[in-house]
Ligand binder design. Structure first.
Ligand code: SAH
Ligand code: F3S
Length: 482
């Protein structure tokens, strides 16, 4: 992957994406939703659009005509929050022209800073945390009565199971389906357990129903989403941590991630199934075997490791060693030889030495990841990292190490992509190539982007075979085989 491809990918993760279309002709009000951060946030925006649709709001991509502007925020790194603050400055001008427009913050930053954000950012009218979206109708009533409105309560049960998300910015081919919310892992660098609360799983029936609906509407791919999908456990509702207290009968009937994956794969043979994110300590052999068994489960595993040093992994409260991680990688490759594996890495965590950094580079050489998302450590207020550990790696050292990690990833990405040259790959067409409408863009099972010339006989949503003849570190190029 070229450096700018990698930066682009990171930017895409952070960039706001405006909503595109409206749904109910009788609705008179308009909401503009801008989303930052992870796929979970994108999906939450779709849930919110669905809740607001029933409150008389259609979505719009014209910010000037919006009655309500919602920013779905990210707190994962300081830069993500700075981006949102800068965006708010832009809304200031807008509000001067149209003072009645209400501005709301939703998502992780809303949860992290809570009502204090109302003092810090005077133009904000509404603050709503990730578990409180069902309360939006009441909160909006408060706004309409001229008050500011806040709900940042976290929940033990909320999974929005019954809410069919309005698919925003959709290509009509691929959709996100949330299966868990929150995270119990408490990695010391991570703000997510504080902003998204404790881990809980969604009823499998509601997951199957949502996918059925998508299938009926022509969707061909779903990504099952959660902070830690492999920890999925349905035992009737409630927090994952309370599972241990359940009676034996309840425990025996519980559905884990491997079972859910198997259920989805069997019920929807025509849908390609992806999932993200996998936490190494919860990634089981049962999941690997389920993937190997079903051709419609994509051969790609996102398996963030963060560091290749045991000492740093321990400080990060990651609950596995490098040796255990390597064993997992070996098992995956044994059962699914042509699998793609991707990573997240953090450069310059507290006390990281050159030797620790070298261990990360060595682990990368061992795995040769297909692609990855790489970051310089950013201290997050409220985390154990902020409270107990020094942010003692100088900024320029963090950046130099990050560069070395990115350079290595780029070399590995190119190596992985080159392995496809001369081979046939199965591509799910998503739409026009960004650079030319004479070409299609799609992805193969390993999640590699594939570009090929249109022949006039295929359309988005088709699964076609393409012979690969060229590549960059981020893209495969080829010709469709008739
Ligand atoms: N399990 C989650 C992880 C969310 S955060 C998921 O679904 O992806 C995504 C990535 O951001 C992490 O894997 C980590 O590499 C990075 N990250 C998290 N907190 C960070 C911090 N404080 N500084 C730098 N990178 C961080
Ligand atoms: Fe964050 Fe670790 Fe959970 S990275 S989301 S606390 S698995």
């Amino acid at each position: 992957m070229k450096q700018n491809d990698i930066t682009k990918k990171i930017d895409e993760k952070l960039q706001g994406s405006a909503t595109r279309y409206t749904q109910a002709p009788e609705n008179t009000k308009k909401v503009f939703i801008e989303s930052y951060g992870c796929q979970m946030n994108m999906n939450d925006s779709e849930i919110v659009a669905s809740i607001l649709l029933k409150q008389g709001f259609n979505t719009t991509d014209q910010i000037d005509e919006a009655d309500l502007i919602l920013i779905n925020t990210c707190s994962i790194r300081e830069k993500a929050e700075t981006t949102v603050r800068n965006r708010l400055k832009h809304f200031n001008k807008l509000k001067q022209n149209k003072p009645k427009t209400k501005i709301g913050l939703m998502g992780c930053m809303a949860e992290r800073i809570k009502e204090k954000i109302l003092d810090e950012e005077k133009l904000v009218d509404l603050v709503v945390g990730p578990d409180a979206y069902r309360d939006l109708p009441n909160l909006i009533n408060e706004l309409e009565d001229g008050r500011k409105a806040v709900n940042v309560l976290l929940s033990k049960e909320e999974t929005y199971a019954d809410i069919e998300p309005v698919r925003l910015n959709s290509n009509g081919v691929s959709a996100f389906v949330s299966i868990t919310r929150g995270c119990d892992n408490m990695c010391t660098f991570c703000v997510v357990p504080f902003t998204r609360g404790r881990e809980r799983s969604r009823n499998p029936e509601s997951i199957l129903k949502e996918i059925k609906n998508l299938e009926e509407r022509g969707f061909k791919e779903v990504t099952l989403l959660g902070q830690n999908v492999d920890s999925y456990l349905w035992y009737g509702g409630g927090l994952k941590k309370d599972f241990v207290n359940q009676p034996d009968e309840v425990k025996q009937n519980a559905v884990n991630f491997a079972k859910l994956l198997d259920m989805v794969a069997r019920e929807f043979p025509g849908i390609r199934i992806r999932f993200s994110t996998s936490n190494p300590q919860d990634f089981s052999l049962e999941v690997i075997k389920t993937m190997a068994k079903h051709p419609n489960i994509a051969k790609h595993i996102h398996l963030p490791v963060q560091s290749g040093s045991d000492r740093i992994l321990k400080l990060m409260n990651r609950k596995h060693t490098v040796a255990e991680y390597k064993q997992t990688i070996d098992a995956i490759r044994q059962y699914i030889p042509d699998v793609a594996i991707s990573q997240d890495m953090i450069a310059g965590f507290s006390t990281e030495t050159e030797a620790d950094h070298q261990a990360t580079l060595d682990l990368m050489d061992y795995v040769k990841y297909d692609f990855g998302f790489m970051f310089a450590y950013s201290v997050r207020p409220g985390t154990l990292g902020a409270k107990k550990l020094a942010d003692d790696v100088p900024h320029h050292v963090k950046l130099r190490r990050l560069r070395e990690i990115i350079d290595k990833q780029q070399a590995h990405s190119l190596f992985r992509m080159q392995q496809f040259i001369g081979k046939e790959v199965e591509v799910l067409i998503e739409g026009n190539s960004k650079k030319s409408n004479q070409h299609w863009m799609g992805r193969n099972s390993q999640n590699a982007v594939v570009i090929f010339a249109k022949t006039g006989k295929e359309q988005p949503g088709d699964l076609v075979r393409v012979k690969v003849n060229d590549c960059t570190s981020a893209t495969l190029f080829g010709d469709k085989i008739d």
